[in-house]
Design a protein around this ligand. Structure first.
Ligand code: ADP
Length: 428
């Protein structure tokens, strides 16, 4: 039996990465490409050509010696990045709608058809993008089909148009619990544009012969459905049992918890993605690294943190926000940042801020539990703050839980795990 390898690719906001792993999760190769600037148009909008070019650059970056062993490929893309194409030719009928682009023109209609507080009721949702396009496109719309970024890139590899996964499809209105599009969506005139949906990491079929031959992948190489970039990053941490969680300490504080129960609460911006028979519950606070950066450089953070005694609790009680307003774990658009009194000692000040963010993190996990999620048992950490050993100790004390740095945090690694999952299921 020859060695089998699995290729995952992550199409993020600024560039794309790949990771090649084996069945044990060991990395054999990884790399990064920026989207080529030459094909990003004058308004700095992404074009599908820039995605396509980047995809093929990444495939070329995979060493020729590894390519014959790639048994399976999967891709994640940014959530709610959407493209509408002709279902006969695959030709784009518009430039891509990016994840953060807002279409308030479609919001009244979306609100009139969707249940109250549904995830699609946000002006940057995929459904708002779809309806805004539907209302403004004059030509023949009967052969139009909606794809997410990952779907479109995967289509270049498998050639079957109109396939998505239930993570990407959540923001167009897919019901992951009943595994179908809800009636209120199916009854719309544009419903024929909705892609078919599979579980993330499901084989769609074999790799296209042209791609297989061009790069020297095996003929049996399969292409699997993907997911969104933030879910792929969660998958990378291998927090694969209910009660395991990942806290991302980047510019903001984002938490994700694997739960047996689905939780949705629009007040807090809390919602759940399906992961097979479990739910990935998430929420994000505005508190976090942005505030740290306002006061300290990364070097200062490191130097001052080493002087903190993490076993001692800080009595300084702050709520470090970069501006007014918070959603999770406190839903209050008028919440004012609280960052004083500032002690004379910078070590004490930083200790107070780090401990206050830890308290917000504890409150966040507590709220998920109160809303019905599985109780958190272990926390993995990703993002810039994961490197901070003193903070990790503070968080262990405040959370009363084991806290570890996640070994893998790259979304491309998570996408490779999906490729592995798809290959395993396909061989059964
Ligand atoms: P993002 O991708 O969300 O911008 P990163 O995951 O790259 O963020 O993390 C950067 C953040 O981490 C910055 O806001 C910075 O203040 C914070 N950071 C960097 N080094 C440390 C450290 N040693 N301790 C705590 N926070 C840190």
């Amino acid at each position: 039996d020859t060695q089998k390898l699995y290729l995952g690719m992550d199409f993020g906001t600024s560039g794309a990465r790949y990771a090649v792993i084996d069945e044990h999760g060991l990395i054999h190769a990884e790399g990064k490409r920026d989207y080529p600037l030459c094909v990003v148009s004058i308004e700095r909008k992404h074009t599908v050509d820039s995605w396509k070019m980047t995809l093929f650059l990444l495939l070329e970056d995979v060493a020729v010696t590894l390519r014959p062993f790639i048994a399976s490929i999967s891709i994640d893309g940014t959530s709610a990045t959407t493209i509408i194409v002709d279902s006969n030719t695959g030709e784009p009928l518009c430039t891509p709608f990016l994840y953060n682009e807002s279409f308030p023109d479609a919001l009244p209609m979306v609100k009139s058809i969707a249940p109250v507080n549904h995830t699609v009721c946000s002006s940057s949702s995929t459904l708002c993008k779809l309806i805004s396009w539907w209302n403004s496109f004059d030509s023949n719309k009967s052969s139009a089909i909606l794809l997410h970024q990952a779907d479109w890139l995967l289509w270049l590899l498998h050639g079957k148009l109109g396939v998505s996964d239930y993570n990407n499809a959540l923001k167009v209105g897919y019901d992951p619990e009943n595994d179908c599009y809800p009636g209120w969506l199916v009854s719309q005139p544009f419903s024929q544009m909705l892609p078919s949906v599979k579980a993330p990491g499901t084989s769609v079929g074999s790799i296209k012969e042209t791609v297989q031959m061009q790069f020297g992948f095996p003929r049996e190489c399969i292409i699997c459905t993907g997911t969104t970039d933030s879910i792929a990053a969660f998958l990378a941490a291998s927090a694969n049992k209910p009660g395991k969680a990942v806290t991302s300490l980047g510019s903001t504080l984002a938490i994700k918890l694997l739960s047996n129960r689905r939780i949705d609460d629009a007040r807090y911006g809390v919602y759940s993605h399906r992961l097979d028979d479990k739910w990935l519950v998430g929420g994000a606070s505005n508190a976090g690294g942005t505030v740290l950066r306002q006061f300290f450089s990364n070097e200062q953070l490191e130097e001052l943190s080493q002087q903190i005694n993490p076993m001692e609790s800080s009595l300084l009680d702050y709520y470090p926000l970069p501006g007014v307003g918070e959603r999770f774990p406190i839903a209050d658009p008028k919440l004012v940042p609280r960052l004083d009194p500032r002690p004379e000692s910078d070590v004490e000040y930083l200790h107070g801020i780090l401990e206050s963010i830890a308290r917000i993190e504890a409150q966040a996990y507590g709220l998920l539990m109160k809303l019905g999620a599985t109780k958190v048992e272990e926390v993995f950490t990703a993002g810039g703050g994961a490197e901070n050993a003193a903070w990790t100790k503070i968080r262990e004390r405040v959370l009363g839980l084991p806290v570890r740095q996640a070994i893998q945090t790259q979304a491309a690694y998570g996408a490779a795990l999906l490729a592995l999952k798809g290959a395993r299921e396909n061989s059964h």
